[in-house]
Design a protein around this ligand. Structure first.
Ligand SMILES: Cc1ncc(C[n+]2csc(CCOP(=O)(O)OP(=O)(O)O)c2C)c(N)n1
Ligand SMILES: [Mg+2]
Length: 338
């Protein structure tokens, strides 16, 4: 009963709660598949967002499709999907097919979709922050109404000079950007206490004259509400907000990394107790939103969708050898000709 009341007081209709859960289940299925495909030797590398599902489902739901711009990073398949990016596109990138948004040229998850407002993902940590703030400045400069930029980055990114330059510029010029830190406690093998003495990224906002908000990154509703509020503030001329969502990276950094070499099993097990997916499932069951059977059916449906999409994309062609220099040189170029 208490749980029901709590869910109601959050003022999110059931269909939105179900959308959040579906996105979280989809993220986990995509992650699992990516790691399997790598172990099968079918994709060169995979990256997992496991532990970030709630952050990404919540933030993606606050993104207004057709209006907002997304500047995210490589660990953001869930945000991409929640912002309307095509599921097949994720696998086209993993399989490096000709149909991929960079025609198989980029490392996995480095996709783009201009029509949907999804900017190209860059491997250079924090570079998306300066791009995002520049785009938000352009929106304001052109007087575009009800449009904002969502910029996401990891805790490690906040050690980069570019991050500081971006947030400072954004604050000075009051640009419509929401800065969301997915604080998963690790930057590959570097723990948080080797990156910063104050573990609360949100508290840094004050030094730029901004509002900082810290949310439970295992709670998709809390993240959604924080990002939605920050977006509303941004589009009404209130400027940027720095949101820190505390989460965890359950898997290795990528399939090329082995997290067992630098962190204890006890630490990971402790974080697993709060795994955002089963936690949100329990909350929806206790709140009377979904039955355990319905959730199981959703999980099966999402896994089937991922499997079918993977199979279909695997049949798509690789880029042709003749296209090797396409988009590499301006104009027709044959580098081998004298
Ligand atoms: C400028 C720069 N420095 C270093 C790297 C290598 N690198 C790739 S991912 C990564 C860790 C980033 O950690 P964080 O920002 O916390 O994101 P997470 O992977 O934990 O989500 C590093 C150091 C890079 N890509 N770019
Ligand atoms: Mg990190």
């Amino acid at each position: 009963m208490a749980a029901k009341a709590r869910l109601r007081s959050e003022a999110l209709p059931n269909d939105q709660l179900i959308t959040l859960l579906r996105n979280m289940l989809l993220q986990r299925a995509v992650d699992t598949r990516g790691f399997q495909l790598n172990r099968q030797g079918k994709v060169a590398i995979a990256m997992g967002s496991e532990g970030h599902e709630a952050v990404q489902a919540g933030a993606g739901m606050a993104f207004v499709r057709g209006r907002d711009l997304l500047y995210s990073y490589y660990r953001n398949t869930g945000i991409l999907l929640a912002c309307g990016f095509e599921l097949a596109g994720i696998f086209r990138s993993q399989f490096a097919r000709a149909t991929d948004t960079t025609a198989g040229r980029s490392i996995i998850n480095h996709v783009t979709d201009r029509a949907k407002g999804i900017a190209s993902i860059s491997s250079i940590i924090a570079s998306q922050c300066t791009h995002a703030v520049g785009a938000a400045y352009a929106l304001r400069y052109r007087g575009e109404k009800d449009r904002a930029v969502l910029c996401t980055f990891g805790d490690g990114a906040t050690s980069e000079g570019e991050w500081h330059e971006a947030i400072n510029f954004a604050a000075i010029h009051t640009v419509p950007v929401v800065l969301l830190c997915e604080n998963n406690q690790w930057a590959i093998s570097t723990p948080l206490d080797r990156q910063m003495r104050n573990p609360n990224v949100a508290e840094r906002a004050a030094s730029y004259g901004l509002q900082g908000v810290c949310v439970d990154g295992f709670d998709p509703v809390a993240v959604y509400q924080a990002v939605r509020r920050a977006r509303a503030k941004a589009v009404s001329g209130g400027g940027p907000t720095l949101i820190e969502a505390k989460c965890y990276r359950f898997l290795s950094h990528t399939t090329d990394d082995d997290e067992r070499t630098y962190r204890t099993r006890e630490e990971v097990a402790k974080q697993r107790e709060n795994d955002p997916v089963p936690r949100f499932e329990r909350r929806l069951v206790e709140g009377g939103v979904l039955s355990a059977e319905r959730i199981e059916a959703m999980r099966k449906q999402v896994t089937q969708l991922v499997n079918e999409t993977t199979d279909a994309v695997e049949r798509e062609p690789f880029p042709s050898p003749e296209s090797l220099y396409t988009n590499v040189y301006a104009g027709p170029t044959d580098p081998w000709a004298g």
